[in-house]
Design a protein around this ligand. Structure first.
Ligand SMILES: [Zn+2]
Length: 418
């Protein structure tokens, strides 16, 4: 999952991208990007920086000011209304009670976004695990320490995964086998995990390279994309060969709680959230995060998708929840203030859509829009997600009739203001 972050600096809010863990399908080609891998020449990134400067010059100051003030106001709102009951995460291999029967774990990730939150739920005479971390030795060692110290001799009897990205699915196969128990997840997430795990050949990469070529990535970047290969299997060494399907609307009893399954879209194909309405607890996965914003990208296998529309529509699913619902996100700190966060996320994307449109006074590819939305140099992981996210904004504007796609003789897609 790539995530974008808005940070305040020098009175301005700047968009940056953190590398993400969750492999969207780009991970299939190893999340390389249109820019350069670490240590490689920076010519493409530099070109994008120059494009960014052009973009700023083309962008009328009053509109930018409006956007910045709008975001500043929302940022203030967010700071005022998000309540973090815990200001520090649990230490490695430790657990923290966040609600009766629900324990919070932290696991490391080998990315700039360096952690994921996982949840251990009391479940009668055993335990349910929600999300699993990447399938690397250090994470598995931490799991073993947790099993020794914190399970009270009771077995794990269910492994539930919110979506297929490797920081969530990475140890699901291993944990299911270790505890002789089932993997619970939605059908599309299991199928995408299988797809990501199995996509290892040139025939799998070529459509993805074509996608990046079409959306403005240059030859050098494409060579690097092709050279790097699929890292999904290195982070998800095995995918459980069978699963128990969870579906929208299911009610799952875990211990003394009953969780309703909500499937939400835009970030992953059939992402599950777990909502305990009576207990006012939401396990939100990657769909609602307190600090960074969820990656929403167009990937090669569904070029006509409008994932930002799906994502924004899915945010509406959380509106009926009680204002004091405790949100347990996959990244960042647990919080209360869900509705303020939903409002911020909507405003954030509205501002980015306006910014994108403003930049389309001359036709731009998704790659050329990246420096407008992400105003700093991005590493290859970050930029790969950034291109997908820029394209998601362009697809949204296209569907709204606010932008028009122009395809040149080389098959490169550009978008201009309608
Ligand atoms: Zn994710």
């Amino acid at each position: 999952m790539s995530i974008t972050v808005r940070v305040s600096g020098g009175g301005l809010f700047t968009t940056v991208a953190t590398p993400l863990t969750s492999a969207t399908l780009l991970s299939l080609v190893d999340r390389s990007s249109c820019a350069c891998a670490s240590g490689a020449p920076l010519s493409i990134a530099s070109a994008m920086t120059r494009a960014a400067r052009r973009g700023r010059l083309m962008t009328s100051p009053p509109i930018l000011d409006k956007i910045r003030f709008g975001i500043r106001a929302q940022g203030t709102l967010q700071r005022m209304t998000l309540d973090h009951p815990w200001t520090e995460p649990p230490a490695p291999a430790d657990v923290r009670t966040v609600a009766p029967g629900i324990f919070w774990l932290r696991m490391p990730l080998p990315f700039q976004l360096n952690h994921i939150n996982l949840w251990l739920l009391e479940d009668g005479d055993g335990w349910t695990i929600v999300d699993t971390g990447v399938g690397l030795d250090d994470t598995r060692a931490l799991w073993e320490r947790i099993f020794s110290a914190h399970l009270g001799g009771r077995p794990v009897q269910r492994v539930l995964v919110t979506h297929f990205h490797p920081d969530h699915m990475g140890n699901a196969g291993w944990l299911s086998a270790r505890w002789q128990t089932e993997l619970w997840c939605t059908q599309a997430e299991w199928l995408y995990a299988q797809y990501a795990w199995r996509s290892r050949g040139a025939a799998d990469f070529e459509p993805r390279l074509a996608h990046f070529r079409r959306h403005g990535c240059g030859a050098e970047a494409l060579v690097q994309l092709g050279r790097r290969g699929n890292h999904y299997p290195s982070l998800v060494p095995e995918v459980a060969s069978e699963f128990r399907r969870i579906r929208e609307g299911d009610a799952i009893t875990i211990g003394r709680r009953t969780f309703r399954i909500l499937t939400v879209l835009g970030h992953a194909p059939e992402h599950a959230c777990l909502w305990d309405e009576a207990g006012r607890v939401l396990i939100s996965g990657d769909q609602v995060l307190p600090k960074i914003t969820t990656n929403v990208s167009v990937w090669s296998e569904q070029p006509g998708l409008n994932p930002l529309r799906l994502y924004l529509d899915s945010l509406g699913r959380f509106e009926p929840m009680a204002p004091d619902t405790l949100v347990l996100p996959s990244h960042g700190l647990p919080f209360r203030g869900l509705h303020a966060r939903l409002a911020f996320l909507r405003d954030h994307h509205a501002a980015r859509l306006n910014e994108s449109l403003d930049a389309l006074v001359e036709p731009r590819t998704a790659a050329e829009l990246v420096p407008v939305l992400f105003r700093r140099e991005l590493d290859s992981h970050q930029l790969s997600f950034a291109v997908g996210e820029a394209l998601a904004h362009l697809r949204f504007l296209e569907d709204e009739g606010r932008a028009v796609r122009v395809v040149d003789g080389d098959g490169v897609h550009r978008f201009r203001k309608a």
